[in-house]
Design a protein around this ligand. Structure first.
Ligand code: ATP
Length: 241
C-alpha cells in the first residue's frame, strides 16, 4: 500500500541543539499513527517540520512526501492546499470571530479528489456542540469547543492527511477520549492521521501504530496492539500518567 505521508530523515536543529534527529515517519492511507514522548522529546517540532511550520529559525533537513509528491520547500499553506493539514497545538482560534466566522475563513479546495471533503453539515453532525454555539465568539468557548473549532477548520480544508498536535492539552480526560474517538471514526472512513500526544494511554487505545520519541529520536515503533504489552512503554510512559 502507498503511504499517504512519508517523512524521511527529518532533522531539526536550533543552533547546536538537535531537537529532532533523523526521524522517519510513515502514515499509510486510512491509518492513525500516534507519536508519544515526554516533554521536550521533539514531538511538536517534528509535526511542525512535516507541515512546513517552524517556531524560531531552525535548520530543517529531510524529505516529506504526500502521496509520493514532494512537499519540501513549500510553505505551510501550499502543503495544506495539497492536503497536508495541521491542527496546531496553540489552536489559533480568533477570539473576536464567531464559530461560523472562524470556520468560514477556510475556503475548501475546488478539486477534492483523493481528499476528504467536509461540508458545514458534516462538521455540525460530527460536533453537535459547535452547531449549538455557531454564533458564539471564540473567546466565549471552552477549551474543548476551541479544539473542536480547530479540528473543524482543518477538516474544511479537505485533508488527505491530518496532522494533529497535542489535542489533549488542557482538556478533561472525558473530552480527550471523545475527541480522539471522533477522529478514529474519520480514520475508519478513510482519512489518514498523524497524532502527536503526551497522553500515551489515550493514544495507545485508538491508534494503529505508535512511535515513541526520546530526545529527538524514535526509540520504539510498533503496532499499538503490541505496544500495550511492551514493558518499556508500560513502565516509562503509562505508569506515570
Ligand atoms: P511538549 O510536549 O512539551 O510540547 P515536545 O515533545 O513537543 O514537548 P518540542 O516542543 O518539539 O518537544 O521541543 C523539542 C526541543 O526543541 C526542546 O529541547 C526545545 O527546547 C527545543 N525547541 C523547540 N522550539 C524551539 C525554539 N523555537 N528555539 C529553540 N529551541 C526550541
Amino acid at each position: 500500500m502507498t503511504d499517504s505521508l512519508e517523512a524521511i530523515g527529518i532533522t531539526v536543529r536550533y543552533g547546536g541543539n538537535v531537537a529532532v534527529d533523523g526521524i522517519d515517519v510513515a502514515v499509510p492511507a486510512g491509518r492513525m499513527v500516534g507519536m508519544v514522548g515526554a516533554n521536550g522529546a521533539g514531538k511538536s517540532t517534528l509535526i511542525n517540520a512535516i507541515a512546513g511550520w517552524s517556531r524560531g529559525t531552525p535548520v530543517v533537513r529531510g524529505e516529506v512526501r504526500l502521496a509520493g509528491q514532494k512537499m519540501d520547500g513549500l510553505p505551510p499553506h501550499r502543503r495544506a492546499e495539497r492536503g497536508l493539514v495541521l491542527v496546531p497545538e496553540g489552536k489559533g482560534i480568533f477570539a473576536e470571530l464567531t464559530v461560523m466566522e472562524n470556520l468560514a475563513l477556510v475556503r475548501p479546495p475546488a478539486d477534492t479528489r483523493g481528499r476528504h471533503a467536509f461540508s458545514m453539515d458534516d462538521i455540525f453532525t460530527l460536533f453537535p456542540r459547535l452547531a449549538e454555539r455557531r454564533g458564539h465568539k471564540g473567546r466565549m468557548l471552552s477549551g474543548g469547543e476551541r479544539q473542536m473549532v480547530a479540528v473543524s477548520r482543518a477538516l474544511r480544508a479537505a485533508p488527505a492527511v491530518l496532522l494533529l498536535d497535542e489535542p489533549s492539552a488542557g482538556l478533561a480526560p472525558r473530552l480527550v477520549h471523545e475527541l480522539l474517538t471522533t477522529m478514529r471514526g474519520l480514520v475508519d472512513r478513510g482519512l489518514s492521521l498523524l497524532l502527536v500526544e503526551q497522553n500515551a494511554r489515550a493514544t495507545l487505545e485508538l491508534v494503529d501504530e505508535l512511535y515513541l520519541l526520546e530526545r529527538g529520536k524514535v526509540v520504539a515503533r510498533e503496532a499499538a496492539s503490541d505496544m500495550k504489552d511492551d514493558p518499556r512503554i508500560l513502565e516509562a510512559y503509562l505508569g506515570n500518567l
